[in-house]
Design a protein around this ligand. Structure first.
Ligand SMILES: *Cc1c(COP(=O)(O)O)cnc(C)c1O
Length: 230
């Protein structure tokens, strides 16, 4: 098995182990975050059984899709500009990074035009970091989710957060808990179906699973360090 395959096996085993310590039961799935990595690396991950891949640049997704098998579910996890929305129509399984009503309106407009429905997550900046997109003002987030849930041809499936960079995964636990509480609390009426919670990365995915993540997004732990386009 490839190094990437071995890494995936390890992460999946960690996820299974963390599930035993879950406070709330959730079917935590793994997204392999393959941004900046060459197609050969994604192929190794695919051979190891991965079907969910996360990318953060529209152009990179467009380049990789035709080079890889058609049963891959592509997840757009990076900041999305409204003028690029049109390229993603019908190409991605889930857009995790919807952080403004304006962006959601464009996704709605393009989805109507293409006669399809697009599944999205609302990005919440739970820790209130200036460097991140989205806001930590939960009243504002609620207003936004409510407005987005009323748009045609978009389905709000849940929430996503990028927790702070830290060497102490435990310190992110309150943020994961807060995201889940919001999804099952105030935001619940505006989420379509059982809430999807996209949270946890290489440094803290075990804690995120314990707190009920439905998707963890793991990059460097699978593919190794990235040298650009962090
Ligand atoms: C890059 C990225 C990840 C993966 O980060 P790692 O620390 O390498 O696991 C997860 N989520 C988002 C939104 C990212 O941009």
């Amino acid at each position: 098995m490839s190094v990437i395959g071995e890494n995936i096996k390890e992460v999946l085993a960690d996820i299974e182990e963390a599930k035993k310590g879950q406070r709330v039961s959730a079917d935590s799935k793994l997204i392999a975050v393959s941004k900046t990595k060459p197609v050969e690396d994604l192929r190794d991950a695919y051979e190891a059984g991965m079907r969910d891949f996360g990318e953060n640049k529209v152009q990179e997704i467009m380049d990789k899709i035709p080079a890889l098998p058609g049963d891959i579910r592509w997840h757009m996890i990076g900041h999305l500009q409204t003028n690029k929305v049109k390229y993603l129509m019908g190409k991605v399984y889930l857009i995790h990074s919807v952080d403004t009503l304006k962006l959601a309106e464009e996704i709605s407009k393009q989805s109507i035009k293409n006669n399809l429905t697009t599944d999205i997550l609302i990005e919440i900046n739970v820790a209130g970091e200036d460097s991140k997109f989205g806001t930590s003002d939960m009243d504002a987030n609620l207003e936004m989710i409510k407005a987005i849930s009323e748009l045609d041809n978009v389905r709000v499936r849940g929430l996503m957060t990028i927790a702070p960079m830290t060497n102490d995964a435990e310190s992110n636990r309150p943020y994961f808990r807060k995201l889940r509480e919001f999804a099952y609390g105030a935001a619940r009426p505006y989420i379509d179906g059982e809430p999807v919670l996209s949270m946890g990365m290489s440094g803290d995915y075990k804690v995120a699973v314990e707190e009920g993540a439905t998707y963890v997004r793991v990059g460097s732990k699978i593919f190794g360090q990235r040298y650009y386009n962090i």
